[in-house]
Ligand binder design. Sequence first.
Ligand code: AMP
Length: 304
Amino acid sequence: MSIVAVGSLAYDSIKTPFGERDRILGGSLTHFSNAAAFLSKPKLVGVVGEDFGPGEWDFLKRKSSAVDAVKVLNGEKSFFWKGYYTKDFDTAVTEVTELNAFAKFTPAVPDNYRAGDYILFLANIDPSMQLEVAKQCRNSKLIVLDTMNYWIKNTPASLDEAMKHVDGVIINEGEAELLSGGEKNMIRAAEKLFLPNFKILILKKGSHGVMIFGRDFLVTLPAFPVREVVDPTGAGDSFAGAFVSYIDSNGLYDFDRDGIKRAAAYATVVASFSVQGFGVEGIDNISPRDVDQRMKEFQSVASF
Ligand code: AMP
């Protein structure tokens, strides 16, 4: 089994109450792969500019099983995002979004990506690009989509269309509120957002954990409590990467409740490492043993 994933590959400038970093490696696909790689290295679809450095390429190659469909556009720069967090670490304030190479990119999924059973993950990027990739991957076993405020506000029609072609959606609380027309209660928001084609809707609540709605169940888990949050950028993508890799490596394609609960616990633990360092560092610096150890701690604090 395998994972094919499309999303942003970016340079990020980030400021948090803990400190700041300028032009570090980021992007939804980068954070997704960083977290997925422990269990199932994805095959990547994306685009970068000429400025994408050798260290960044090394990182992508370490965290994926194929980069054939990551294109370099001559004369273009890579996607750039600048944002900051105030004391409320749960919401990022976007200052700059430069699509750069992504504005001129048409994704093409190679045949070797589509061989055998695979999950398609549409990480946060232009929904028309997500839809294009979904159409090219009709033989995938499952399709899961992530998005964010930027696309909900700027490209609502293509996002609506893309959501009709997927089995699952993963968004955060603020995005669910926006997408549901201002619904603050997450049960009611989920009822509005759950399309007939969905098998699963994942609502991330930052430091308050996650709610996962299936067709006939609800799973809810707290976050793993971390003493010092350094940078929450990529926590959502990391949750998605760990979640999808757990589903893939355990063959949980039918999304049964108990399997989903285990996948959500694993993803919660991996995402908790992500917030403990800037950019990709929090997860890149740990080993599977660290994840196992924290899984045991999480089980003891969250089960009864
Ligand atoms: P997260 O904190 O998990 O929501 O994801 C943060 C990552 O999303 C950063 O590394 C950014 O580069 C990337 N990002 C920010 N805005 C966008 C956007 N409009 N489309 C795609 N990726 C984005």
